[in-house]
Design a protein around this ligand. Structure first.
Ligand SMILES: Nc1ncnc2c1ncn2[C@@H]1O[C@H](COP(=O)(O)OP(=O)(O)OP(=O)(O)O)[C@@H](O)[C@H]1O
Ligand SMILES: [Mg+2]
Length: 288
């Protein structure tokens, strides 16, 4: 089943900026997808259209087979969103922020309370439940927004840069949490500038550039097909000196060919390892 189906989606802002130039995208239910793209690529605009915050100019969008134009209520109730910018009432208490959100979706009060406790505990901010939003640290605010997004048990969770301003340890904890929600059946779409986040957490990636999708598919397949692969190779030259070289293999070239070429003049290859983040290379390649 498709969690999201977008066809020919365009958005031109009043200023004349064409933020989306005809997007076609299908996201299968039960997957985790990363939306990548440089600043201004159109990621937040896309998310804002899904949540009804921004009106599309043209095209069609459906969420779990409910059309956003003819059935906006259903679409909204199936989506939970963590926006890029903090947008809760900073003078409200943490637990109220979450519980009141449940009210918008008609979740009964008792159920909302139980769900709020579950989420705040899971996210490690239960002890802050009586604090007002303003007094939380940036990372805690982010987690509060995640709890708020999930209180009505949405089938599709949208996270717009969940890791922005979140320290490494917290980020790993958040990945764990997202995995848990995913295992429980939630479809997840997240935007990120951390390519290792996309590589570790997501099975699919969509790369946007200036309002268009320029590449999409399974992370594994994209990485396998990435044109360029780089390696760090440690060699010992016939003279006995050790050297570390950066090697870029393009198109059909294989590592074995490369090593054999080196060996032909008596150079010994001591160590060869791929550079850490291949997705980063792919990203740079398509954005260049
Ligand atoms: N409310 C708005 N009015 C006019 N133009 C806008 C508005 N919001 C976004 N834009 C423009 O639309 C384009 C896409 O912006 P968007 O915020 O969707 O990008 P993004 O991919 O989320 O970028 P970032 O990685 O910086 O968050 C940009 O050129 C931006 O200036
Ligand atoms: Mg954005």
């Amino acid at each position: 089943m498709e969690a999201l189906k977008i066809s020919g989606l365009t958005k031109t802002y009043k200023t004349g900026v064409q933020a989306l130039k005809g997007i076609d995208l299908t996201v299968d239910a039960g997957t985790i997808t990363a939306l990548l793209g440089a600043n201004g690529a159109g990621k937040t605009t896309l998310i804002a259209i899904l949540t009804g915050l921004v009106n599309k100019t043209d095209g069609s969008v459906s969420v779990f087979e409910h059309d956003i134009d003819s059935d906006p209520q259903s679409v909204r109730s199936m989506i939970g969103v963590v926006p890029q910018e903090f947008n809760f009432n900073i003078f409200e208490k943490v637990e109220d922020i979450v519980i009141n959100q449940a009210g918008y979706y008609g979740v009964p009060r008792d159920k909302a309370r139980a769900r709020t406790e579950f989420l705040l505990r899971e996210l490690g901010i239960w002890d802050k439940r009586r604090s007002i939003g303003r007094t939380l640290s940036g990372g805690m605010k982010r987690r509060l927004m995640i709890a708020r997004a999930l209180v009505h048990e949405p089938r599709l969770l949208l996270l717009d840069e969940p890791s922005a301003g979140v320290d490494v340890e917290l980020r790993l904890g958040m990945w764990e949490f997202v995995r848990k929600m995913h295992a429980a059946g939630t479809t997840v779409i997240l935007t990120t500038h951390y390519l290792e986040e996309a590589e570790n957490l997501c099975e699919n990636v969509v790369i946007m550039k200036k309002g268009e999708i320029i590449k999409s598919g399974a992370v594994k397949v994209l990485l396998r097909d990435a044109k360029q692969q780089s390696f760090v190779v440690t060699v010992v030259r016939p003279s006995g000196t050790e050297e570390i070289i950066d090697v870029f293999l393009v198109d059909g070239q294989s590592v074995t060919d490369y090593v054999q070429k080196l060996a032909s003049d008596g150079t010994i290859v001591r160590d060869i390892r791929p550079k850490a983040n291949r997705l980063e290379e792919l990203f740079l390649e398509v954005n260049s």
